[in-house]
Design a protein around this ligand. Structure first.
Ligand code: ATP
Length: 330
């Protein structure tokens, strides 16, 4: 896109990183995105100072329009990020960043927009019938990462509507004795145990230590990244078992979301989901997804896919902006 005038700055603001990308909208509605500039949120005291740095790094004019996908509930005028100290006042962003048009949405709602808009070849089949996403119906979008993002969208006659949720905070529901032990362990630490305590990156440590205690083994204290790395590299059998257990718990939770959303398809998203994509396909994920008593035949008919687009949050923020300001029909 270099050398062409951009239409929009798309931002994806997470707990650890803020990503900025220049976007141009093609005459046919295509969303053409430049490579993102990634900044560490902890290196900047506010969105405004990070934006200044982005402007310094860009050659050429910066568009006076922005779409922000933010990791936190976007409800009132003030948005507090879940894992960083920035406070974003949505009502005055245009003045603070010198913008003419701004769209702000939850980061996982942005991912759902991306799932609704990217072409079929950007999905990898995980389980269930190997068929395209439905033209009409509800799709659950689930993303284990630092937390557990959950959203859904409903497509009807070529239009779609996205709903952000706080689904990662529903209760963790164990279905076997290992998960009973995991819940017991977590309940000693937290008054209430949400599914995000298990089905998100940091949960792997709890699973690892629970498995060790079931074998009366003492293990060194590891951080989540190390357990993931050892398990994915098959250098630590307990970590391999913990990842298998993680996939099973993700399958259970995904099935619960599909049931409660009335979904006819499910899409996994997020950096962690992508990292474990091959393991997920050959794990107990699919069996646990279906394991819903008399609804097993219904669950077996739900396709589960994984989005492979590298920046669904940025792409989805641009899609949300485009729909609000340019296109009535997507
Ligand atoms: N090699 C790795 N590097 C970092 N995190 C890893 C790695 N392998 C597994 N993880 C797990 O993935 C989680 C982060 O997930 P993900 O990469 O999806 O980030 P995210 O939630 O999208 O965050 P952000 O948008 O702020 O980068 C970490 O909490 C960690 O437990």
């Amino acid at each position: 896109m270099r050398g062409q005038v951009s239409d929009l700055v798309a931002l994806d603001i997470g707990g650890t990183h803020a990503r900025f990308a220049l976007v141009r909208f093609g005459d046919d509605g295509a969303i053409i995105m430049d490579d993102p500039i990634t900044l560490k949120t902890s290196d900047y005291v506010s969105l405004q100072t990070a934006w200044e740095e982005f402007e310094r790094q860009v050659t050429g004019p910066v568009p006076r329009a922005a779409a922000l996908a933010i990791a936190g509930p976007v409800t009132g005028e003030t948005v507090r990020l879940t894992n960083n100290s920035w406070v974003i006042q949505t009502g005055s962003l245009d003045k603070q960043l010198d913008l003419d048009r701004v769209v702000v949405l939850n980061d996982f709602a942005a991912v759902a927009h991306a799932v609704a808009r990217v072409p079929e070849d950007q999905f990898l089949h995980l389980s269930g019938p190997d068929e395209p996403l439905p033209q009409n119906g509800t799709v659950s979008v689930i993303g284990p990462g630092t937390g557990l993002g959950v959203a859904h969208f409903k497509r009807v006659d070529g239009q779609y509507h996205v709903q952000a949720t706080e689904g990662g905070h529903v209760n963790f529901a164990p279905v076997d004795h290992v998960e009973d032990a995991l819940l017991k362990r977590l309940r000693n630490q937290h008054r209430r145990v949400s599914v995000e305590r298990v089905v998100a990156g940091p949960g792997i440590v709890e699973i690892y230590e629970t498995l060790a205690s079931l074998e009366h083994r003492s293990v060194e204290q590891l951080d989540d990244r190390t357990v993931w790395e050892r398990g994915l590299a098959h250098t630590d059998n307990l970590a391999v078992a913990a990842i298998e257990r993680f996939c099973m718990a993700l399958g259970s939770a995904s099935g619960d979301y599909a049931l409660s959303h009335g979904a006819s398809a499910v899409v996994m998203a997020g950096g962690l989901g992508y990292r474990i994509r091959d393991t997920l396909r050959y794990s107990g994920f699919a069996e646990r997804f279906r394991f819903k008593g008399r609804y097993e035949p219904l669950m077996a008919n739900i396709p589960v896919k994984l989005i492979t687009h590298p920046q669904p949050g940025l792409f989805g923020a641009a899609a949300a902006f485009q729909r609000e300001h340019f296109l009535e029909t997507v």
